[in-house]
Design a protein around this ligand. Structure first.
Ligand SMILES: Nc1ncnc2c1ncn2[C@@H]1O[C@H](COP(=O)(O)OP(=O)(O)OP(=O)(O)O)[C@@H](O)[C@H]1O
Ligand SMILES: [Mg+2]
Length: 345
């Protein structure tokens, strides 16, 4: 059992404040993803949990114990970096065994644990090879196996898949998910990739500029974003934001339906759009246009190709949004406002 508490943690580099007071809990057995754009403080926060970066103020607790001033080893956490370093002169087996050699374990126990970790990431066939005889994806998996072999209380990964091509990334994602489901290891995973975050996380903490914007399940983050930052960072293409009165009205591109597809127009609002250009993506087409308002607000609709509608640049087209799929945000603060979307329309 392991859980992590991050209590009002701040980090300053000189007079630059990189983490501006974060409170966050990683529950026992949870897969928590830290998601946010480059420079928002994800790695800094993770390094502070691991103990390889000092905190400026606040506390880090593991299993209720204050570990703020303990070494990484004393915290029993394991970390995999984006640029992992394997020992090139050692075999895969020796690389994975390495963390165990510092523990007082018998030879048989070391052999068993190494095999367990190698199997977890399906590299048992490669145990006698050197890293240079492996593909990039296989090397990445050796780094993951080496990190878990000690059975850490908390397992942390900082963009571990970013060096892999799209296909390998999908496979490795599946392996990490399986590993976590099997071991129930409390896991913190850093990424700027929202697809990775949505597919892996039990919960996601969305960071920007050194603060947590929202913590929630992928479903909550997607369907009830706490502010315009979260609303537009998660989801591709980004949520449309249209100014109306004192609020910004939000709706996702896939929820903007060509009116000819909406039989029952009750509880919907019409959006008339002047179409500028179309991107054919195979299964869907992205329709870029502007509204007939004074700002010419840009809007994107994601229309399934199956619908069989063709759009022409310059054409005015009528779309509809269901009221239950509309979001509202305060224009000044960007925070979500809980008005009935229908009333706001
Ligand atoms: N040692 C340091 N000295 C000064 N500034 C630093 C240091 N480490 C990080 N920073 C700054 O703190 C901020 C957060 O950095 P961090 O590495 O945590 O970002 P990140 O969210 O992991 O970004 P990325 O997705 O690019 O890895 C950045 O603006 C960075 O320039
Ligand atoms: Mg980083």
């Amino acid at each position: 059992m392991s859980f992590v508490e991050i209590c009002n943690v701040k980090k300053a580099f000189g007079n630059y404040s990189a983490i501006k007071g974060i409170d966050l809990e990683v529950r026992d057995g949870e897969f928590l993803v830290l998601l946010g754009p480059s420079g928002c403080g994800k790695s800094t926060l993770m390094r502070m949990i691991a103990g390889i970066e000092t905190v400026t103020s606040g506390a880090i607790k593991i299993d209720g114990k204050d570990v703020t001033h303990l070494t990484p080893r004393e915290r029993n956490v394991a970390m995999v970096f984006q640029t992992y370093a394997l020992y090139p002169h050692l075999t895969v087996r020796a690389n994975i065994e390495f963390p165990l050699r510092k523990m007082k374990l018998g030879r048989e126990q070391i052999r068993e644990r190494t095999l367990w970790a190698a199997r977890m990431f399906r590299i048992e066939r490669h145990l006698d090879r050197k890293p240079k005889q492996l593909s990039g994806g296989e090397r990445q998996r050796v780094a993951l196996a080496r990190a878990i072999v000690r059975s850490p209380s908390v397992f942390m990964m900082d963009e571990p898949l970013s060096n892999l091509d799209a296909k390998l990334r999908a496979t490795a994602r599946q392996e990490i998910q399986q590993f976590q489901a099997e071991t129930k290891a409390t896991t913190v995973y850093v990424t700027h990739d929202q697809v990775e975050a949505m597919s892996l996380g039990h919960r996601i903490a969305v960071l920007s500029d050194g603060v947590v914007r929202q913590v929630g399940t992928p479903d909550e983050i997607y369907h009830r974003p706490a502010d315009t930052f979260v609303a537009t960072f998660v989801g591709s293409p980004a949520m449309n934001l249209v100014p109306r009165g004192g609020i910004l009205e939000g709706f996702r591109p896939e929820q903007l339906l060509p009116s000819e597809l909406v039989a029952d127009k009750a509880n919907t609002t019409e959006i008339r759009m002047e179409i500028q250009r179309i991107e054919q993506l195979g299964s869907t087409q992205l329709v870029y246009g502007t509204l007939d308002d004074q700002d010419g607000t840009p809007v994107i609709a994601d229309v399934p190709a199956m619908a069989g509608i063709s759009f022409t640049p310059g054409e005015r087209h009528s779309f509809r949004i269901r009221h239950k799929e509309m979001h509202a945000f305060d224009k000044a603060t960007g925070r979500r406002v809980e008005v009935k979307a229908a009333a706001a329309a």
